[in-house]
Design a protein around this ligand. Sequence first.
Ligand code: PMT
Length: 396
Amino acid sequence: MLKNKTIILGVSSSISAYKAADLASALVKEHADVHVIMTRNATNIINPITFETLTGNKCLTDTFDRNFQFEVAHVELAKKADLAIIAPATANVLAKLAHGIADDMLTTTMLACTCPKLAAPAMNTRMYENPVTQDNLKLLEKYGYRLIEPASGHLACGDTGKGKLPDTAVLKEHVIREIAMKKDLAGRKVLVTAGPTQEAIDPVRYITNHSSGKMGYAVARIAMLRGAEVTLVTGPASLDPPMFVKTVPVVSAQDMFEAVTAVSGEQDIIIKAAAVADYRPATVSDEKVKKGDDELFLELERTQDILQYLGDHKKEGQLLCGFAMETSDLERRARAKLEKKNLDMIAANNVKVAGAGFGTDTNVVTLITRDDPIQLQLMSKEAVAEKILDELVKRL
Ligand code: PMT
């Protein structure tokens, strides 16, 4: 996700500096060119060699280092960086940056950076909550820094409270959100549905399907990375909700219908990737399950067709995309759904193809619109999400 991106990772002397090694490694795994700059005090906590080994780049600590390829290293690096992140950022470094003090390699480089700048404060709770620190954080926001809120929990000093450096996954997602993708959905609202629904038979049993939620979660994450304000309405799934996405958990088809229609009117794009139950146990009798000697009878009734409703109530300029699962005659059947449900696109997956459909990390999809169909090869669900959004953006 970070191919061809140059990232400055600033490391200052919080005890959590050791976690910055994990972040450096995670960014390198995303193919970023990572340059670490440490404060001198941070070198007492973690050795620069650790970062040099992980990134393959010299770790900078000294503004007047003669053993370096650039003539004015801090300016050169600042010019070529796509993003700078200070993690951990101590109260001292934050104070210096807020007031333009540039007395070491990290602060001089940050002052010269015009790229997006992130800071992850990490310190004792009392230091973090001190009005001086809070004022400095406000100043940094005013000067364009994006602040990553510290996590709460047990701190190295023995106190419990706010001030921990967040997990690597959280820091990495902040970086990815900032620079990984073009922001062609900025200012747009996108609603995505994902996962299965569960239709209760009785307090113990339910009817469901094999949807894992992976496809819908991928669409929600990619739309968020492209700058959209995303709402994800999800049936029960065992996935971590994507960060920076408003996630609304639901259980049944009716719950999903209500959650979707509560916000559908304000959306620019709606993508229904959920596998919604077509039928649910009927509520006609108190006893939904009628037991014979050896048999079990279950009376079913149709659920409200969410996609049909959205198509029938589509607002001017809104784009609606559905998914279809077919085992045969994929294109003809999907096109019929496109017309009947007044969709702008339908992503048809053939469940018989290996690597496509439920549960897998990959999918094989044909994008059906009113133009020529686009047959996508086997690819990750995130790559499928990108292709779907590419096509929808063209039609906005
Ligand atoms: O979650 P994953 O494991 O990643 O798998 C998701 C997926 C990859 C399979 C996903 O992409 C997908 O295809 N989801 C939709 C599966 C599905 O329900 O397809 P279908 O052809 O059986 O039904 C689609 C229909 O659902 C639409 O035509 C719509 O009108 C209808 N529907 C049905 C009932 C209801 N209550 N509301 C609806 O919208």
